[in-house]
Design a protein around this ligand. Structure first.
Ligand code: C5P
Length: 403
């Protein structure tokens, strides 16, 4: 999932030959899941047509202060555009536009919008090599950086003039990757590794039967997605579950079946992670022996001897070095007291309590109602929320407490 997914991106196109590449850039931004609107300088429309960019961006393209084509003449509001944008990408940015941005010369809609925008601004210069290395351009680019704008360096190569050197606008793929990388680095869990257990475990009785539970894996999968959205690299160790992590390249999913499989898998990664969250509903017991063949129906009763499974979370608590450790407690009585004693016994940093008594909380549902209790006995209660929101709250709490 790209960090640009769901974001409003304003693309500013100025009058340089590299403007022809903005059709592809628009496609890449749309493919990343962003909403795209395009503002152009009046001369840029001679390099690439507004029709091309409006078709690709699925939004009208603006390039004049007044829209004479509208049924009723309308003012194109640079203020509205600037406020709409989560990010403003000016690509290509000519030497002329860069200079006007520095001086605040708002003689076209693109620059008026630049002056109104409150969002991060990315600038991809494009010009001939001598213009690019001219002291005036260098000073102007330094000035933009000092304003907090981010410059996406031009590349070296053959220029439209036929000369070879630095000044080509970065390729659209490079621009998108540059911005994504820049944004990911600012996320609160960037550079952190998070291990999450999720779903039920199946404990085999014979080759076709098992002891399982009603866990769907929803909470653990939402936690994995939220951790990835927070910039972390995630290892998701899941029991049998129909949940999906499609689109999340930052999540490595490991499918397991039994508690013992989950235990083995967790301890292959645990030493190298920064944060571990145990959201799996692990079977406490498993059949002592798994029958080789399907057990035949015979007597009126059938006894299966169960033996205890390893407690994965308690094991992580024991082995804990610097990991921040979070567990779940699903309680039906003496909820707070039981959760608090688990927190201590398993050496956790905090525990997430969900009560089956709360309507809408627990297995299978899309919602959950949680209380977080930390190791300093600080208790935070949350209202009933979707599991997606709950996951975000848990991650925010981890970020707040994680050193
Ligand atoms: O002790 P209890 O099973 O209630 O604790 C629940 C917490 O412990 C959950 O975070 C669950 O994922 C974890 N757990 C575990 N391994 C077990 C049992 C529970 O990791 N065998």
């Amino acid at each position: 999932m790209s960090v640009l997914s769901g974001k409003n991106i304003l693309l500013g196109v100025t009058a340089g030959i590299a403007a022809y590449k903005t059709a592809h850039l628009t496609r890449l931004l749309i493919k990343a899941g962003a909403q795209v609107r395009v503002v152009m300088t009046p001369r840029a429309v001679e390099f690439v047509t507004p029709l091309t960019l409006s078709t690709l961006s699925k939004n009208p393209v603006v390039y004049e202060f007044i829209n004479h084509d509208a049924e009723k003449e309308m003012w194109n509001s640079h203020v509205e555009l600037g406020l709409w944008a989560d990010y403003y990408i000016i690509a290509p940015a000519t030497a002329n536009t860069i200079s006007k941005m520095v001086k605040g010369t708002a003689d076209n809609l693109l620059i008026a919008t630049y002056l109104s925008a409150k969002c991060p601004v990315y600038v991809a210069p494009a010009m001939d090599l001598d213009m690019y290395r001219h002291p005036s351009t260098r000073d102007n680019l330094d000035a933009l950086s000092s304003f907090g704008n981010v410059i996406i360096p031009a590349e070296s190569g053959e220029l439209a003039s036929g000369l070879i050197g630095e000044g080509r606008m970065a390729e659209p793929e490079t621009i998108v990757a540059f911005i994504e990388q820049h944004l990911v680095q600012k996320l609160p869990l960037f550079g952190k590794k998070v291990l999450i257990t999720a779903g039920p475990t199946y404990e085999l009785i014979d080759p076709v039967r098992f002891i399982g539970n009603l866990s769907s894996g929803k909470m653990g999968f939402e936690l994995a997605k939220a951790a990835a959205d927070f910039g972390a690299e995630v290892i998701l160790i899941s029991g049998p579950s129909h949940q999906s992590i499609e689109g999340y390249t930052q999540i490595k999913r490991v499918d397991v079946m039994s508690a013992q499989n989950m235990y083995d898998s967790v301890f292959q990664s645990y030493a190298g992670v920064d944060i571990a969250i145990a959201a799996a509903a692990v079977a406490d017991y498993r059949p002592e022996n798994v029958a080789d063949q399907k057990i035949k129906k015979s007597d009126e009763t059938l006894s299966i001897k169960l033996v205890k499974n390893p407690d994965i979370l308690a094991g992580m608590g024991k082995e804990k070095k610097n990991q921040f450790l979070v567990g779940f407690a699903l309680e039906t009585e003496n909820e707070l007291a039981n959760a608090q004693s688990k927190l201590i016994k398993k050496n956790l940093d905090f525990i997430v309590l969900n009560s089956l008594q709360d309507p809408g909380a627990g297995f299978k549902t899309d919602t959950n109602k949680i209380t977080i209790i930390d190791k300093f006995d600080c208790i935070t209660e949350f209202t009933l929320q979707t599991k997606k929101e709950v996951a975000k709250n848990i991650l925010n709490m981890i970020v707040k407490n994680f050193k």
